[in-house]
Design a protein around this ligand. Structure first.
Ligand SMILES: [Zn+2]
Length: 459
């Protein structure tokens, strides 16, 4: 095929990336995505230099005639999936500064299955001449079309998006009116949907720390458990229990199955941990569910998240990076000061932030402790004498939890590597450990209206 004949269809409003890829493929008479990607690259190379490792999403954005930032923001679910993260949260969605994200993560889906609205299909055919997959219909927990007020249809096929939704109408499964009742009659589900759509509209991720700090305020007022423990259960009220009682269980099972069916008082760190973890070990779903029960409205949640993110970003920080010779000198001061950041800081004459960031980055946490307790002794016992963790903690007069915390901080280089693996390998830590149920396999009784609202909302 002569690339001059390459046909470039218009990317339609809110069209999902893979839907557009399918449209490009069909317009040009290709059968496979690989053929389509190669043709897009050849076409792009006629106009400008294109890197060897160019991502599919970058090619699609060029074919659509827009910048990759705009394409990612308007046509992928990345702004939702990376809406709340600790990993490179200052990067705008679609930024070329991290090609790994563009290559491996930008075009992933936010949930299993492909969802279409029968009336949207008909009206899109009439308006645009082709039907397409809408991004807003592919978000977690959304089983109805807000415009046409009808249940979505589900297609369970790996390559669903590559064909037009109209081609699937005969075999798509209608989800049923009960899901519409849940969406229309349950204010918490409506709040969840609004927050998801709000995140989909963001230009950059919101920092996990900002979100955590904002969630902690109402959680503390409500007496919820605010810290980790080695135990699996506790007597304090748990965020996960609040979520389980605030949402319809059949709907919740399609998002976080472990929450819908767990016994009261069982800690689920993936959800309860959003109140204490500073790294994003949870998916956006968990943060959104937490926001639903801890705030009075979607607007309030989104406003507070973004305000906290802006405040955190605007907090002046001293220069974070020391050059390698300085780092060696700092390490020597750390050793001379027997692991005290304070002493290293005074000797180095650099800012506290610099010392913490530089030594923390190479896995050298502060060993200073108050009250006659010695983390240095505990660390020596654990790492040099190879005693077990309880004995080591006892030697230094510290708790096992404090010693575990030290080990986590020592593991800073490993943690950084694990985060990069998450991006490269399906974000394993960020997806639910058990597979969410598919809505067509959940018994969904239309009882949404009768269920209690969140304890916060009714308090
Ligand atoms: Zn519709």
């Amino acid at each position: 095929m002569i690339e001059a004949d390459f046909v470039r269809p218009e990317a339609l409003p809110d069209e999902l990336d893979s839907s557009y890829l399918g449209a490009v493929m069909r317009c040009n008479g290709f059968r496979k995505t690989s053929e389509t990607v190669q043709a897009m690259a050849r076409w792009a190379r006629q106009l400008e230099t294109v890197d060897e490792d160019v991502a599919c999403v970058e090619l699609l954005s060029r074919v659509a005639g827009m910048s990759v930032i705009v394409f990612v923001r308007q046509h992928t679910t990345l702004p939702y999936r990376r809406g709340i993260t600790s990993y490179q949260h200052t990067l705008e969605h679609g930024s070329k500064a991290n090609r790994q994200i563009l290559r491996l993560s930008a075009m992933r889906t936010a949930r299993q299955g492909a969802y279409l609205c029968e009336d949207c299909v008909k009206s899109d055919q009439a308006t645009f001449g082709r039907s397409y997959w809408r991004r807003a219909h592919q978000l977690p927990g959304i089983y109805w079309c807000a415009k046409h007020r009808m249940a979505l249809h589900l297609v369970e096929s790996e390559d669903a998006y590559l064909k037009a939704p109209s081609a699937w109408l005969a075999q798509a499964q209608e989800l049923g009116q009960a899901w519409v009742c849940i969406a229309t009659q349950h204010p918490m589900v409506d709040r969840f949907t609004r927050i998801c759509l709000g995140l989909l509209d963001t230009r950059k991720p919101i920092a996990v720390r900002a979100v955590r700090d904002v969630l902690r305020v109402p959680a503390r007022n409500a007496g919820l458990r605010m810290h980790a423990s080695g135990k699996k259960t506790c007597n304090e009220p748990l965020l996960s229990d609040w979520i389980a009682s605030a949402f319809p269980s059949e709907w919740l099972a399609t998002i976080l199955p472990g929450i819908a069916s767990k016994p009261t008082g069982t800690i689920v760190s993936q959800v309860d941990g959003v109140l204490w973890m500073s790294n994003s070990a949870s998916s956006s779903d968990a943060y959104v569910l937490a926001a639903c029960v801890l705030f009075e409205s979607a607007d309030e949640a989104l406003h507070k998240f973004m305000e906290a993110d802006r405040t955190q970003a605007a907090t002046p920080k001293e220069e974070a990076v020391l050059t390698p010779p300085d780092l060696n000198a700092l390490r020597a001061l750390y050793i001379k000061g027997r692991g005290s950041y304070g002493r290293a800081n005074r000797a180095a004459g650099s800012g506290q932030y610099q010392v913490r960031k530089s030594l923390g980055g190479i896995g050298l946490p502060t060993l200073a402790m108050k009250g006659g307790r010695s983390m240095l002794e505990a660390a020596r016992a654990l790492l040099l004498e190879e005693l077990d963790i309880e004995e080591s903690a006892a030697q230094g007069g510290v708790t096992v939890g404090e010693l575990l915390d030290l080990i986590r901080r020592m593991a800073a280089p490993l943690i950084a590597a694990l985060r990069e693996m998450d991006v490269a390998n399906e974000d394993p830590a960020r997806v639910p450990r058990s597979r969410p149920s598919m809505p067509n396999r959940v018994q969904c009784a239309s009882k949404a209206a009768g269920r209690p609202q969140s304890r916060v909302a009714t308090a």
